[in-house]
Write a new protein. Sequence first.
Length: 390
Amino acid sequence: MRTQVAIVGAGPAGLLLAHLLRLRGIESVVLERQSRDHIERRIRAGVLEQGTVDLLDEVGLADRLHRERLVHSGLELLFDGTGHRIPLTDLTGRELTIYAQHELVKDLVAAHLAAGGPLLFEAPASAIDPATATVRFQHDGRTRELTADLVAGCDGFHGVGRTAVPADAVTAYDHEYPFSWLGILAEAPPSSDELIYSCHDRGFALHSMRTPRITRLYLQVAPDERLDDWPDERIWTELRARLARDDGFELADGPILDKGITALRSHVVEPMRYDKLFLAGDSAHIVPATGAKGLNLAVADVCVLASAIDEWYRTGRSDGLDGYSDTCLRRVWRVQHFSWWMTTMLHLLPDGDPFARRVQLAQLRYLVSSTAAATSFAENYVGLPLPKGA
Ligand code: FAD
Ligand code: DHB
């Protein structure tokens, strides 16, 4: 098989890249390891920055999103039993969208297939040659090859994209956090109109949502925690304790539809390009979930990449492709810092260091009492503008 751009991975990064290229008249083939059903059900992110939504609008992918999303103009920070609202939209003029990642993936898959694909499911890539832009993959029980002008490694943290780059050609920066998140999706109406980030002596908790009938909730747990040790009643008891407050708030509960544990980590590979291989999204960087940034970063990467590829085909100039990694990494490190900072401010450290706890509370009190501090937080949380030329 031959195409212009081989895209490995049909997550938000790969699917959106295929769409942006198609709009510019550039052909691609997307290879996805999992089945369509699997990727359309996988519960992941839910918070979209306005920049992400504006881009989806511009490229005709946001019709269902506008019908079904929830729009938020603030969030709450809960500590010492009191909730403090940060009015994100008043401070920045920008709003947040709540729309499940797997719903966005459904929209992207539908758009891609309606336009004629090609998108191969159950087609895991096993090797990428960055020099020849060739991808070896399995499909229908056979080993096949896809050759292209360029390859986009959009295959997430556990894909083959990163491993195709020789170890001496990249530097990987890693930071592990001493906790994980236990996340549930529950058939229960949200108990608040906005997200609640709680910094509690028992550990961090987050109240989020998907629809007026579905709540998404997270608990900080130990990194080696096992789901088997968390029967539903224990989860609800812990959530009630960590989201408790002095104003009569009651957490609605209901059947748990999905449960999972995700480690928090920071990871960046530099550069994000090697020869004809370009890494985008989680294959190049992971941020801890606290800032709700991973999906939005993946979108920013492919915006830059699509423009650079377009310029290269139209003019033969490779400035955009040559600058791809540096352009993306500037945003990646800004977001990496913000996500690390927010994580550090809100989670209970395992040794319960009382000094660290007081520093956290001092930071939180400052954030909710200083307009300057709240504005800086809000500007990062709602998302900085997408890079120029995207
Ligand atoms: P992925 O979504 O991981 O897609 C990669 C695709 O490649 C997958 O479909 C995979 O099956 C496929 N693949 C892997 N290997 C191969 C192979 N060898 N061959 C072919 N295909 C392959 N981000 C936010 O912005 N906001 C949030 O609120 C948020 N909350 C989160 C909550 C949780 C619990 C988790 C786990 C993540 C959250 N994130 C959030 C992060 C966000 O989900 C990811 O950053 C996002 O999925 C990255 O998209 P991607 O396309 O780069 O990678
Ligand atoms: C959600 C996930 C996050 O990581 C976050 O910071 C806020 C909300 C969510 O899944 O809704």
